[in-house]
Design a protein. Structure first.
Length: 485
């Protein structure tokens, strides 16, 4: 057979597949997205949300750093001294509060605090001796000693404090803020989570889920060491021109696919997430590069000390993310180190040693950089502790801890439009229940949103015929105006 000469316009089989390879990748991506979306087609439909053109009213804070203390810090051992516990130490009290004890078989007598309290700052705020660094910053904070919740078990109490509901599947605090305000930085997520390298908290990633909001509002986990986000960079480098052509083609295919499936709102969320990931390759790495910080700053956060290195690193990263326009940042501790059922004298001290110095440094650093006025810092857990002892199985009083308490807990806020050096509310003489200026979890949520310029009643998404809100449906929360500057 006579061999034909190939013309310049002739495309061989090999060259054809070399040229369309990138297009096949884009088509494959589109097909995978389509399969993923069909798999989620049973999820309830939600009304498509357009970001607000601006806050509902003038905001006092632009961003939030939420320092979440998993497990339930003990209020009468940290910020709410009770002389009556000293006086009645060892006296039986179980019968009076039996219905509020989660582990009645281990209940003991009234127990005084193993720590010493002193007044600090011009405000004279009481702080125990296990928080010497925060004691120097009390004139910057508002201490709420009268907060309470609705469940004394960790899992539902965590859902409550994080999402406003005791049940799973509801959007987290940061997801609502992202949904209402979006991000100030096109190259970084609005909602970032800095969890502990030692492990996830109780309830795991559900603590920062988007729930029934569009998926793009869920928290994005950043690692404090190594690559900030896993799988963010390609496995091998390609010429920039090739990468740009590939992204442009995939983007055009995505747009075509999106126009054909305009009612698949999860598709919009996923496409925006992929686009954000591409932009984050440089921005996230820069934000987490602590080598740009001075040695003095790193020492202030305790990064040079083994006990405080991890939490100090994340507190410093939080400040760097705030500077770059991230809207909401949450810091978590592994498991629930504040859950002091046993040996509270050592377990609570250990939790404070890991976090006290970095937290105080964060407040000091934000203030000296002029960022504290526009940044709302929040500290607290999901519950408090009981005034009676919880005994160890061998009944050794020296190993006593405290059981869960939903009726009273301490939390504090700083910066972002709250008063300085204020103590709000009181508990009873034993620290068992909030009795004056009580603050519910929905009240706390409404106040946070208010400081960000959001009206908790107007921030909602229509779902199953209801206007779902962070503060719940049918509740009547109030903004805690007493703490507003």
């Amino acid at each position: 057979m006579k061999q034909e000469h190939l013309s310049e316009n002739h495309v061989s089989r090999r060259s054809f597949f070399e040229q369309v390879g990138t297009g096949l990748q884009g088509a494959a991506l589109t097909w995978l997205l389509q399969q993923d979306l069909y798999a989620e087609s049973t999820a309830p439909e939600t009304k498509k949300h357009q970001f607000l053109s601006g806050p509902h009213h003038r905001p006092r804070a632009k961003s939030v750093i939420h320092l979440f203390m998993n497990g339930g810090p003990s209020q009468m051992d940290l910020f709410d001294p009770k002389p009556m516990l000293d006086k009645l130490h060892g006296k039986e009290h179980f019968k009076q509060i039996a219905g509020e004890v989660e582990f009645p078989e281990r209940a003991g007598a009234l127990m005084k605090s193993p720590f010493q309290f002193a007044q600090h700052g011009e405000s004279g705020m009481w702080v125990s001796d296990v928080m010497p660094h925060l004691a120097k910053q009390v004139d910057e904070i508002t201490m709420i000693r009268s907060m309470y919740t609705t469940n004394l078990t960790h899992e539902p109490a965590l859902y409550k404090i994080q999402s406003g509901s005791e049940f799973t599947g509801h959007p987290a605090l940061g997801a609502w803020v992202s949904y209402g305000l979006g991000s100030e930085n096109h190259n970084l997520p609005a909602y970032v989570v800095l969890d502990d390298p030692l492990g996830l908290p109780v309830n795991g990633i559900e603590n920062w889920q988007a729930g029934f909001l569009p998926a793009q509002h869920q928290g994005t986990r950043f690692r404090a060491t190594g690559s900030p986000v896993l799988n963010l960079k390609p496995e091998f480098e390609r010429p920039p021109a090739v990468s740009e052509l590939e992204r442009n083609l995939i983007s055009r295919l995505d747009q075509i696919h999106q126009r054909r499936h305009q009612h698949q709102h999860q598709l919009e969320a996923r496409l925006s997430t992929y686009a954000l990931a591409a932009r984050m390759q440089i921005a996230a790495s820069d934000a987490l590069d602590l080598s740009q910080e001075t040695a003095e700053t790193q020492r202030m956060y305790g990064i040079d000390e083994p006990v405080t290195e991890s939490y100090g690193r994340r507190c410093l990263i939080a400040r760097r993310l705030i500077e770059r326009g991230v809207r909401f940042i949450q810091l978590f501790i592994n498991s629930q180190i504040w859950d002091s059922h046993n040996a509270i004298a050592s377990s609570l001290k250990s939790a404070c040693q890991r976090t006290d110095k970095p937290v105080a440094a964060l407040l000091q650093d934000l203030k000296q950089r002029g960022l504290l006025d526009e940044t709302l810092v929040m500290w607290g857990g999901e519950m408090g502790r009981l005034p009676i002892a919880q005994l160890s199985p061998d009944k050794d009083a020296r190993k006593s801890g405290r059981d869960h308490n939903k009726n009273a807990l301490c939390t504090w806020m700083a910066g972002g439009g709250v008063k300085q050096g204020l103590v709000l509310g009181e508990t009873d003489e034993l620290g068992f229940a909030a009795v004056e200026n009580r603050v519910s979890v929905p009240d706390w949520h409404a106040t946070m949103l208010h400081l960000l310029g959001l009206n908790h009643e107007e921030l909602f998404i229509e779902r199953n015929g209801l206007k779902e809100r962070l503060t719940g449906v049918g509740n009547e929360p109030r903004v805690v105006t007493e703490i507003l500057a």
